[in-house]
Design a protein around this ligand. Structure first.
Ligand code: NDP
Length: 257
């Protein structure tokens, strides 16, 4: 077991990539606290994950709620070895059609809250702990309509490097997992009809060298690697888990003869 005896906290652990990671962490021997806003899905996730998991309602943009959740986690399972700052929202912010509130909501959730989650956890992290931040391929792809989201995730990758510098003296590692399109609820609302959604999925798959959309599990396995001692010398890295979408786009099915 790769996380035997370790304790972890995952923000946004009640769905998608966060829940897939929580399942894997528990299976690998960790005690895991998950947070999120939705009471029902948190309760459901806690039931599924069993006695080695704790679910706490906490909006990541509410610093006091985040601090309280971290304290609850530490009271139940002890100081943290792993922090996965994963909670995030999409957000359509095209030029010419975006409000200040809409733009700031994306930055507050995906960037500011990540900083304050790490800051709140700091006194409760063991030396040698692993912090993983959830980035995105959108930080480098220039997809239209994503200014705020892209900026937030580019901020995450920049911030991770600063944090790694600041925390290296304690042996704390800070790394980014940067997923490409993964099948989760975050895509809900990305297309107006079921047919349009299928067409969108096909378009994404055809523009991905490996020809498919990821499952949340595939992202979770990279998070597990970064969390575990297998990544003991990996510091301030960003691992793209995107089927080649950023590194080798010319290999995508749409470019094949
Ligand atoms: P989901 O929508 O399935 O999950 C998002 C999670 O974040 C939910 O558990 C949600 O819970 C939680 N969350 C959202 N806002 C808040 C908040 N303010 N406070 C606490 N929890 C919050 O999406 P994914 O699993 O796909 O997304 C997880 C991360 O992965 C995000 O950071 C996303 O940007 C990133 N990502 C996803 C990709 C994909 O294609 N799926 C691609 C690249 C990056 P609740 O609603 O209960 O608060």
């Amino acid at each position: 077991m790769r996380l035997a005896g370790k304790t972890a906290l995952i923000t946004g652990g009640n769905g998608g990539i966060g829940l897939a990671t929580a399942r894997l962490f528990v299976a690998e021997g960790a005690k895991v606290t998950i947070t999120g806003r939705n009471r029902d899905t948190l309760r459901e996730a806690a039931r599924e994950l069993g006695p080695n998991a704790l679910a706490v309602v906490a909006d990541a943009t509410d610093i006091a709620a985040t601090e309280a959740a971290i304290k609850q986690a530490v009271d139940k399972f002890g100081k943290l070895d792993v922090l996965f700052a994963n909670a995030g929202i999409p957000g359509n912010t095209p030029l010419g059609g975006t409000t200040l509130a809409g733009f700031e909501q994306v930055l507050r959730t995906n960037l500011t809250a990540v900083f304050f989650t790490v800051q709140a956890a700091l006194p409760y992290l063991n030396d040698g702990a692993s912090i993983i931040l959830n980035g995105s391929v959108i930080s480098v792809l220039g997809n239209p309509g994503y200014s705020a989201y892209a900026a937030s995730k580019a901020g995450v990758r920049a911030m991770a490097r600063v944090m790694a510098s600041e925390l290296s003296p304690r042996g704390i590692r800070v790394n980014v997992v940067a997923p490409g399109a993964a099948r989760t609820a975050i895509w809900k609302g990305a297309a107006p009809t079921a047919e349009a959604f299928t067409a969108l999925e096909q378009r994404i798959a055809r523009s991905t060298p490996l020809g498919r959309i990821a499952d949340a599990d595939q992202i979770a396995k990279t998070v597990l690697f970064l969390a575990s001692d297998d990544a003991a010398h990996v510091q301030s890295a960003e691992i793209f888990v995107d089927g080649g979408a950023t590194g080798s786009p010319a290999g995508a099915p749409i470019y094949r003869g």
